[in-house]
Structure formats: structure tokens, C-alpha cells
Design a protein around this ligand. Sequence first.
Ligand code: ACM
Length: 635
Amino acid sequence: MIGSKNFLRFTFAIVFLWGGGKDLFAQQHTPALIPAPRMVKSEQGTFRFTGSTLIRTDAGPSPAVDYFIKQLLQRNFNNQVVAGGNAGGSPEIFITSAGAAQLPAEGYSLRIEQQGITLIGKDAGLFYGLQTLLQLMDASTGDTAALPCLRIEDAPRFGYRGLMLDVSRHFFTVQQVKDLLDLMAYYKLNRFHWHLTDDQGWRVEIKRYPQLTDVGAWRVPRIDFSGNTLPPQPGEPATDGGFYTQEEIKDIVRYAAARHIEILPEIDVPGHSMAAIASCPWLCVTGDTSIKVNPGSSFAKWFTTGGFEMYVDNSLNPVQESTYTFLDGVFTEIAALFPYPYIHIGGDECYKGFWEKDKRVQQFMRQHRLKDAHALQAWFITRLNKIITSKGKKMIAWDEAATGGMKEPITIMNRFGEKEAVTQLKKGMQIILAPGGNGLYFDYAQSASDQEPASHGGDAPAWKAYAFDPLYPALSAREHAAILGVEGCVWTEHIPDVSKLQYMLLPRMLALAETGWTDLAAKNYSRFADTALPMHLARFDRLGMNYRVPTGFSYTDTTITTASYHFEIAQPPVPGAKVYFTLNNRPPGDYDHRYQAPLTIPVPKGKTITLKTVVITPAGHRSIITKTVLTNPEK
Ligand code: ACM
């Protein structure tokens, strides 16, 4: 029987052979940390961590240390924690707050020596230092983790490192949300933006308006979100959905806090409100009582110019007092549930066609000298901002909230990118950057291949999220200071379950983590993708998680004119993965040619050979199939 340690060595041998040995030193000495720390200095030797390594702390009772111990237990290490100063005796992990006051916000200092480990940090910084230790242990496996001797000085580039989950289009349970928070914490993401309401479901209990979840959390069952999906039929029971009770929300808020994650709740108004309107039809100008929670069927026409027309009224009535009474009630409860100082009110894609046709709205606009429906929306946002402020909170909203003559200094969640960011910053607003065009919309496909699973379209490979630099160079230092950070958005129209969620998140959430955390000087895509990422993907493989397996090539579909093709794959994207290929245009599987070493494929005159490859990981996850058409036009 091969022991786990031998197996590990065997796996490393393959990795090194595959790379032709050229990066042997780099692979041994660059720890597979994501996000990459600000400064790492490798030193000689290793510290051998076992379940009997003592953990000593002078930092007092600490949730971060408790969390670390729980994480160690999950890895079958049952370590003892003792309070006190460093005794300097047996090998141990010494956690200290001495010197932590001088560290940058959320920063930590870690030193691994053969005789012991010292971690300096407090609060979030201490927590992140322990996450770094866990990642170093996970890059090594078995009962004894051989941690490389090194020094790390680390702190984040941005204070806001967010991930948004849309639980309206598909509902995710309390446990599934907690699992996501664990994954975020491991990668030092610290803001969970929870998109709690939309046309397809209202997911948070509001005690003043129980109908919001009695009615608004449920829709008729359908399989796919698509133009061909059947709309709700008369009398059809709404059985699909779910919501979080206020007790569950409080539980999740506590769970997140223990992981140094703040939760930003979003109640999306005045548009995207069909679930609220299905519950309370008096909320919209049409008062249409036939409106149902949308089950993923089409209710709008989208124009290539960017505009849209809705057939079903999903906008709140901005000109009646009862709308603001409702919003005051909802946000009173939301403000009490979530301790984070900000509340997101949506503000995106509000259809104004029903407003424009309504006589009361027309009269209101004349009375308040509002020149168009955009100005009316700005009036609505301004009024809502007073409500949010009266609860002791600050408003965040999507790009549209910065338009229509909006003057209040709210914070914008920017999904449109640089041009709008510059305008928003010039207006004195703070912004968080989540531009879909820069790879931060994780509902977009991860390559241009038609084999990617159902998505919202677009092309958002991990490298795009990695390459994105939110500090646009044309801006001043003061404007840079108003850029709070970055966020990746998971819209779930095409994400019905955790397996697909993991596939769409991984690995690009890791690229986001590095964009949010790592200083430009320490960022290096090749280190990320070729050296660090494979170890993380191998961990997902071991844990039975889903993820997008990188292909053996950086491209997925290409044509090459040649008489002789040099076929080489630099290294398997996951340690232990196998690459199979065909030369006959058939989809390759584990019964086809196995790639072992670089080879030459001759292409005779006048012939075309179609090379297809697939990567299959130890757990059996498969990459999409790449297609390389080799053609020799010579006669
Ligand atoms: C959005 O993508 N509608 C926020």
C-alpha cells in the first residue's frame, strides 16, 4: 500500500517532470497562497506541524483562535491551546498581540522557523494570519504538515473585498450560505452582499408585512430561466422557493462576524420588485392584482442599444405616501437585523413605462418640477436615502442611482466600469467596483467556448478578474481613496444549486480575492495560475467540491496552419490530473490517447487534423474540450 506521504511525493514528482524541471526551485519555494501576501521571504527548512504541536497565545480568548482550532479538527489535528507568553521550549505555534498595534489594518506578521511559528496580529489580522497557516497546511497533506520556513508581512490593498450572492433567482439554504462564508473567509474576502429580493422571490421575513414571504417567496415551479419558459398559469400553485426567518438571518450574521465578514443586505427597489408587488399589488401604479412572482419566464424585451421594455409592472409607485410607509417599515427591520453600517437599496434597471403612462405620476412630476422619469427616480432615491439615514445607516446603490440629477453623497456599487466610475467619483461619491466587463460578473461564462454551461452570456475568464485594477490611472489620489474595493457578483438565473454555484465561482473567486487583497507589486498571474492555483484546485477535488477545471491550453478553440504541430501542455492544471486527446475530431475521454510528454503531430499536405483535449482530475472532474484545428493548405 502507498502511504499518503509517498503518494504526495509521487504527485510532486509528476508536477516537476511535467514542467521539464525548469521551475523546480520556484515551485518548491513559492508557497501556494491565495491571495498572495504583500511580502514573502522564503527561508531554508521546514517546520513539522502535528496534532501534538502546542498552540500558545497571549492574545486572550479569541474567536479567531477558536475558529482555527475548529478548522484544525476538520483536518484531523486535535491541538491543545494554552494561554501565556512564549516559553521557548518545545516546538509550538505562538500567537501574540505584542506588536500588533503597529500593523496596518487587517494586517499580520508570520514567521515560520524550524523550531516554531510566531504569528503577530489582532482581530481580522490575526484571523487572516491563521487562514494563511491553514492554506500552508492544506498545500501539504497527511498527519504531519511540513510547513516551509518563511517570513510573511501581509495586509490587504482594499478594505472592501466582496462577493454578492443572488438568492432571489434561486434560493440557497442557511447551511449553503454558511458554507459560502467559510469559503470566502479562507480567501480573505470580508463583505457578503446578499441580494435578498428581486422579481423572482422575496427572501427575508419582514414582521410588519408577512405577505412578502407568504406570497413573495414562492413561485410556480419551472426548470429553466429562458424565453421559452411558461409564465404562471391561472390557479397554478406556487410551490418553489423559500426565505430566511429573522432568527436565521441573525444566526448567519453571527456566523459571518466570527469570520470577519460583514453582511451588506440588498432590498432591490424601485425596479426589480415583482415579488413585492405580487404580495402587495397596491405598491405599483397599475395596482395589477394578477401579477405573480416571476418563475423565470420572459417579462421584458431587451434592446441591443441597452434599453428595455417590461410587459409586467415591476416598479414601485414613487408618488404615493404608502410606498414610503412600506419602505420605512421594511428598512426599520433590515437595519435592526444587520449591524453593517451600509444598506444596499438596488436602484438598477427600473422600468419607467408604467410611470410615464400614469396621470397621478404626471401631475406629481409637474408639481415637483421633475423633467423626466430619471429625475423622478432620483427624487425617489433621495427620499429613500432620508429613510435609510434615519435608521442610522448609509446607502449603497447600483449605478443608475447616481444619475437623474442625484446629488446626495451615497456609495455606488459600480457594475458599468471606468467611464461611469469617473463620473461617480467626480460627483464626490464613494464607489465599489463590480464591473461585469472586467470579469467580475460570475454569472458570465468562463470562456468563449460553447461548451461552457448555461450562463448569462459574456466572457469572464478568471484572468480577467485577476487583471482588473480598480485604481484607474487617470484618477487623483483623493479619487483613489474613494474607491473602497471590489466585488464579484453571482446572479443565479442559471445557478439552481450548489454544484453549479461552485462551478461558476471557482476558480475565479480566487482571482477576485487576489485583486482585492494583493498589492500590484506582489501580483503575478503566472504565479497565481501555474504555481498556487493547482494546489487549491486539488483541495477542491479532495473535498468533493465542484469547480471549472482549467483546460490544458490557454485557448479553447483555434485554427493553426502548419505542416508539423508541436503539441505540448506545460503542466496539468490540477496535480495528478490526466490529459486525453483525439486527432479525429471526436470528443476525447479516458479511453483515448493519454498525453504523457510533448509530441509532434505531422499534418500532410492538403490535410486537416482536429486535435481535441480534455483534462480529467483525480476526482473525475472534466474540463471543457479544447479544439485545435491543424491545417496544411499546401498542394
Ligand atoms: C444588475 O446587474 N442589474 C445590477
